[in-house]
Each structure stands twice: as structure tokens, then as C-alpha cells.
Design a protein around this ligand. Structure first.
Ligand code: GLN
Length: 468
């Protein structure tokens, strides 16, 4: 039978499985066929698991049992998904799109994976990304860039480019990504799908390769906001293995969404933004207004320092987190003249340019004499930025900005100039700096060279207010 998997949502797939319209095996096979068709062009998947259909058979048995006994079954049972390649699935390769981990097999499940397994999802495969999640275009993958399904001459965004492109090419019902400075939201915006970066500590980071430990969060990418909510509700929660996880305490106070006040930091939206993005953004605000929402201009006095703060704190944490890849514990080993040379040779052979750049930058800002001037100063400004947002949330419920200053750019356009690539993160890094949740939703298209390129709208809420 043929299953329509274009823009298939969790709710629709769950209902169809419940009614017996198709089985999880049939659904999984439909995705595998679509991936085989699209992936050679898009390169979203680094691997499609050979046991995906086996997993679906197990799910089908449980579904049959539930149907026979007239019981409900978990909403994600039998639903095919893809996982970013820095999230561990026991027994599978987890390469973080690095040469260094090309043959590294995960020895345990990340907590988010364990939670999805409890539901009985089907893991279709591993998704491409910038090496160790460092980048904004997936061009830093050691396995080639992921291409944008809307225009294959353009990037899918990054670092979770594979996770976003997989949804846009109908290659999974949902995917997981990680977001340290925008890596779920920016690719979601480039690929016309929905991506949620949860509150820091809402979702366990156990079993996810650390990039910037005070910034990293795991979150869903899917076709709809309600799918993202479903997945968030499954993966969130306190985890004994991650001491930064926090007890859920929803801060949503809104009873009637039409009374909601949307704050817009106009002073931060003046330069460097593609006119098509600004146009789509303003039109979205008009839609909100016409539905009764109030739009209020707000001031975030220190927001212009966000990118600077991020590009000090993030590489500092990167340099420390990357120390574990020493050619002994994980993956690749290259022999040098002695023990210490093994370490240098392994990293030289195994790591890409951008990763090395960040290790150098981070080591520098943490070095004696510069630690106070850079790292400590950046942390002080981080607190000021967070205080600005907390103050703003005293009078508004949501803060709206574009997700990224431009639609998807051309492959090769920015990767020779790291600064121009870093500028892509101008609107997304604040949610990681403050630890607040932020969602990117599609809000229109830009016409470039005869192609329609998706644009994203970013909505940020205060800590714990995902449901807002
Ligand atoms: N583009 C940002 C960077 O290069 C964000 C990366 C991320 O969120 N993992 O650091």
C-alpha cells in the first residue's frame, strides 16, 4: 500500500496505526524508500539503520496487543524518527560527523534515547551535523554538507542541518537535535520546519556529546508545534545522571492566549537583516495583532553583546570538553613519537579546522592572564543579558525576533570567513546565554533566484514557559 508521508505528523500517524490503516513496518518502509530517493542529493542521513524494520516489527506486536485488548498505547509507539549523530544510541556508531569518531560505537543510551525507547519509537538512522555541533551550516561535517531540500545549492543550516533537512525531505516524522547557540532553531528556519530549544536543564544532556556544557540543550524538530510539544513532554524531566536537570515547574500563566503580550526589541532589528526576513517578520506580527495579541516594543539594553559573550564562553567550554578526545579513550588513534605526540597526531588527523579553531580560541580565553579579562568578563555580561530578559518578561509573555538574519545561504558562501558565519547566530545565542526556551516556526518565504526559501520566526519565553 502507499502511505502519504508528506508532512505526516505524530498525531496523524498515531491515529492511523491505531485504526490499523497501516503498520509501523509499512510506515518505516515508506520512510526508508523516501530516504533512499532523496538522501543521495540531500545528505541528511549519515546512516540508515539496518535494523529499523526489525524495530518496527517489535512496535507492531505491541500495537496489535493494545488493539486486541482495546487499550491505548504510547503516542510515539512505532513512529519513525532520526537522531543527530552526537546523541548516543547503544551499539550504534556516534560520530558527531567527525573523522575522529568514525568507528566509535556508543556503549550506552543517552537519557533522551532511553526515554524514546520506552515509548517504542523506531530509530531510522543517524543525522548529519557540523563536526561536534560546531557551525551554522553543516558544512563542517567530515562527511560532506547537508543540502537544503528547498534549493540544493544552499545549506540546510546547522549544526543540526541533517535533523532539519530530514523533516523537510519527508525523511522522518520527527528528529532530535542539539542547540548550543541556535543549532536546532536556525536549521529549522532554513528548512521550513519547527524546532524547539527547551529551557536549560529541562532535558537531560546525559549521553549527548558536550559542546558548551552551560549552553547545550536537546530538543525536537518536527512539522508542527504540537509535535514538538509531544516530544518535549516525553524527553524532559529530572535525570539522576545530569545534575543540571531541574524539576518541571511550568511558568505559563496565560489562560486566554489572546491577552498575550508579544515584546519586540526593535532597537536590535536595525541592521544586517535581509529585507525579505524583516518583511515576513513584520507580516507575522500583523497576523498576531489581527488576532488580538498586543505587540509592545521592549528594550534589551545589553543584547548587542550576546554574540560576543557567546563566542567567548562557548569556545572556553569547547576547549575543556574536547580534551577527552585524546586518541586513547574514544575512536581514532594515531601513533606519534611518544605518548604526548600520539595525542597531537590523533587530534591533527581526526579534527577539522573549525573544531581546532575553537579549541585554540577557548584555550586562549581561559589562559592565565586572560581568564579574568575574557572569560570572567563574559560571564558577568551574561548575567546582565539574562537580567534584561527577566525584566522584560515582567511586562511581556513572549519576545519575538527573526530566527536568523537571512534565509538559507549558498554552500561555500560563508565557510571561508568564520566571522560572517558567526553573525548568523545573532538572534539565537541569547536563549542559550539566558537558558530560556525558544521556538522557531515557519513564517513565510523569500524569493531568491526563482526559489522559495523558508523564513523562521523565533519566539522566546521565560524559564520553564515552553507551553506559552
Ligand atoms: N552556530 C552556532 C555555533 O557555531 C551554534 C552551534 C550550536 O548550537 N551547536 O556555535
Amino acid at each position: 500500500m502507499s502511505i502519504d508521508i508528506t508532512q505526516l505528523t505524530i498525531a496523524k500517524a498515531h491515529n492511523a496505526l491505531k485504526k490499523g490503516e497501516y503498520t509501523s513496518v509499512q510506515l518505516t518502509e515508506a520512510y526508508i524508500v523516501e530516504i533512499a530517493k532523496k538522501n543521495p542529493d540531500i545528505n541528511a542521513y549519515l546512516e540508515v539503520f539496518s535494523d529499523a524494520v526489525e524495530q518496527a516489527k517489535v512496535a507492531d506486536t505491541k500495537i496489535q496487543e493494545a488493539i486486541a485488548t482495546k487499550k491505548d498505547f504510547p503516542v510515539l509507539l512505532g513512529i519513525p524518527c532520526g537522531i543527530k549523530d552526537n546523541i548516543l544510541i547503544q551499539g550504534k556508531i556516534a560520530s558527531a560527523a567527525s573523522k575522529l569518531l568514525e568507528t566509535y560505537h556508543a556503549t550506552y543510551d543517552a537519557t533522551v534515547v532511553a526515554k524514546l525507547k520506552e515509548q517504542g519509537v523506531v530509530f531510522l538512522g543517524r543525522l548529519n551535523m557540523d563536526e561536534f555541533a560546531m557551525g551554522g551550516s553543516t558544512e563542517n561535517s567530515a562527511y560532506g554538507p547537508t543540502k537544503n531540500p528547498y534549493d540544493v545549492t544552499r545549506v540546510a543550516g546547522g549544526s543540526s542541518g541533517g535533523s532539519a533537512a530530514a523533516i523537510a525531505m519527508n525523511g522522518a516524522v520527527f528528529t532530535l537535535g542539539s542547540d548550543t547557540g541556535g543549532s536546532i532553531r536556525q536549521p529549522a528556519s532554513f528548512c521550513g520546519v519547527v524546532g524547539l530549544k527547551p529551557t536549560y536543564g529541562a532535558v537531560s544532556r546525559y549521553g549527548v556529546m558536550a559542546m558548551g556544557s552551560s549552553l547545550d540543550q536537546i530538543g525536537p524538530i518536527a512539522q508542527t508545534v504540537s509535535d514538538c510539544e509531544t516530544i518535549f513532554n516525553v524527553i524532559k524531566g529530572v535525570d539522576i545522571h545530569d545534575g543540571t536537570t531541574i524539576k518541571e515547574e511550568s511558568r505559563t500563566k496565560i489562560q486566554d492566549s489572546r491577552k498575550m503580550v508579544i515584546g519586540v526589541p526593535r532597537h536590535f532589528l536595525k541592521e544586517g537583516i535581509d529585507p525579505a526576513v524583516m518583511d515576513a517578520f513584520n507580516k507575522s506580527l500583523d497576523v498576531f495583532k489581527s488576532k488580538g495579541y498586543e505587540i509592545r516594543e521592549i528594550e534589551l539594553p545589553h543584547i548587542s553583546y550576546s554574540l560576543l559573550v557567546y563566542y567567548i564562553i562557548m569556545p572556553a567550554e569547547v576547549s575543556s570538553n574536547m580534551a577527552r578526545f585524546d586518541g586513547v579513550k574514544y575512536g581514532m588513534h594515531v601513533d606519534g613519537a611518544d605518548g604526548i605526540q600520539d595525542y597531537f597526531e590523533t587530534r591533527r588527523a581526526g579534527l577539522g579546522k573549525e573544531v581546532i579553531r575553537r579549541i585554540l580560541l577557548g584555550t586562549y580565553v581561559l589562559s592565565s592572564g586572560y581568564h579574568d579579562a575574557y572569560y570572567n568578563r563574559a560571564n558577568a555580561v551574561r548575567r546582565m543579558i539574562t537580567a534584561d530578559f527577566e525584566k522584560a518578561f515582567g511586562s511581556v509573555d513572549i519576545i519575538a525576533t527573526p530566527t536568523a538574519p537571512s534565509p538559507a545561504f549558498k554552500i561555500g558562501e560563508k565557510n571561508k570567513d568564520p566571522i560572517s558565519m558567526y553573525l548568523e547566530d545573532v538572534f539565537t545565542v541569547t536563549a542559550n546565554i539566558t537558558g530560556m526556551p525558544a521556538l522557531s516556526i515557519p513564517c513565510g518565504f523569500a524569493q531568491k533566484e526563482g526559489k522559495d526559501l523558508p523564513i523562521g520566526l523565533q519566539l522566546t519565553a521565560t524559564h520553564g514557559a515552553e507551553s506559552t
